[in-house]
Design a protein around this ligand. Structure first.
Ligand SMILES: C[S@@+](CC[C@H](N)C(=O)[O-])C[C@H]1O[C@@H](n2cnc3c(N)ncnc32)[C@H](O)[C@@H]1O
Length: 288
C-alpha cells in the first residue's frame, strides 16, 4: 500500500482479496466492455499535447496508456489504483507498447497526497467506489492545477443497465438479497447515478463548471452464454447476492445457472452476449 496511509479501508481490502482474481479472469469483458464508454467520449476530452494527466482507479491501465499517447513525449500520465496486481499488468502493457511517459502507483486515491500539478484528471468507473465520495472527489480536485479539468465516467441507474440489473433479478428468484453487513467493494456501481446528488457532492468538493452527458453503449458481457454466466456470478450485483448466499448459492447453483443461461442466451449475437449499458460522462473544473 502507499506510504501515505496507515492501513487500507475495508473496501480496498475487499478489492484486493475478493475482486482482483475475478477481474483478472474476466479482464476481456471488463476492459473490452468499459472501453465502449470511454471510446465514445475520448475525442472530446479536454486533454492537450504536453499535459500532465492523472488516471484514478486506472485498473489494468488501458485508458492511462491511451492518455499517455495523446499527451505525447512532452506530457506524462500517472495512473493510481489500490490493487497492485492490476498495476503489474498496466506496467507490462505500457512497456510492451513502448509508452514511457507513464507511471503507475499503488494507493487509495481518496487519501493519496497529490501535488496540484495535473492539467487533467480522468477516471473510468473508478470514483463510484470511494468510501467517502466527497473526500475522494476533493482529493482529485486537489491534484489539479487551478483551472484544471476532471472527467469521470460512472454508471447511470441499474434500470438503465440491464447487463447488471437483469442477472441480479434472476439470481434473486433463487437466493435472498444480500444483507446490510455484506462485504462490498464500496458504495457500488450505481452510487453516482443520481445527477442532483453528484452535482451537490462535486460542489461541496469545490468544483465548478459541472456538466453531465449521457453515454449509451452496447456491452459484451461474455464470449458465450457460459462465459456471461460465469462473469455475472463472479462480479457485480448478481455476483454479490450469489457470494453472500454462501452454501445456499452452491446448493442451488444448477438452477441459477440454467436460468441465467436461458435469459442471457437471448442476447447472443455474432460478437457474443451483448446487452445495453448506460453511463454518465461528468466533467467539472478546479476553479482558477
Ligand atoms: C470498475 S474498475 C475500473 C478500472 C479501470 N478504470 C477501467 O475502466 O477498466 C474500478 C477500479 O477502481 C479501483 N479502486 C477502487 N477504489 C479505489 C480507491 N479508493 N483508490 C484507488 N483505486 C480504487 C479498483 O481497484 C479498480 O481497478
Amino acid at each position: 500500500m502507499s506510504d501515505t496511509q496507515e492501513g487500507n479501508t475495508e473496501f480496498v481490502d475487499f478489492w484486493n482479496e475478493i475482486l482482483v482474481p475475478k477481474f483478472v479472469k474476466y479482464r476481456h469483458i471488463l476492459v473490452g466492455g468499459l472501453t465502449h464508454h470511454s471510446a465514445k467520449i475520448f475525442p472530446s476530452l479536454n486533454v492537450r499535447e504536453g499535459d500532465r494527466v492523472l488516471d484514478v482507479g486506472c485498473g489494468f491501465g488501458d485508458t492511462a496508456i491511451q492518455l499517455a499517447r495523446r499527451v505525447g513525449p512532452s506530457g506524462s500520465v500517472l495512473g493510481i489504483d489500490c490493487c497492485a496486481v492490476f498495476l503489474e499488468t498496466a506496467r507490462k502493457d505500457a512497456a510492451a507498447a513502448g509508452v514511457d511517459n507513464i507511471a503507475f502507483i499503488e494507493g487509495d486515491a481518496q487519501l493519496y497526497r497529490f501535488e496540484p500539478e495535473y492539467d487533467f484528471c480522468f477516471s473510468r468507473f473508478g470514483a463510484m467506489f470511494f468510501e467517502n465520495p466527497v473526500v475522494g472527489l476533493k482529493n482529485m480536485r486537489r491534484a489539479l492545477k487551478p483551472g484544471g479539468t476532471m472527467t469521470m465516467i460512472v454508471w447511470r441507474a441499474i434500470e438503465d443497465n440491464p447487463w447488471l440489473g437483469l442477472p441480479k433479478e434472476i439470481v434473486l428468484k433463487f437466493l435472498p438479497p444480500s444483507g446490510e453487513d455484506a462485504r462490498t467493494c464500496g458504495p457500488g456501481p450505481f452510487s453516482m447515478a443520481n445527477q442532483e446528488m453528484v452535482t451537490k457532492q462535486l460542489e461541496i468538493a469545490g468544483y465548478d463548471g459541472i456538466e453531465f452527458e449521457r453515454i449509451d453503449a452496447p456491452l459484451m458481457v461474455g464470449d458465450s452464454p457460459e462465459d456471461a454466466v460465469g462473469f455475472q456470478l463472479a462480479v457485480g450485483p448478481a455476483g454479490e447476492v450469489y457470494r453472500e448466499a454462501g452454501a445456499e448459492a452452491k446448493r442451488r447453483h444448477g438452477e441459477i445457472e440454467a436460468a441465467l443461461l436461458t435469459e442471457l442466451g437471448r442476447y447472443a449475437n455474432a460478437e457474443g452476449i451483448v446487452m445495453d449499458s448506460s453511463s454518465w460522462k461528468i466533467t467539472a473544473r478546479n476553479p482558477e
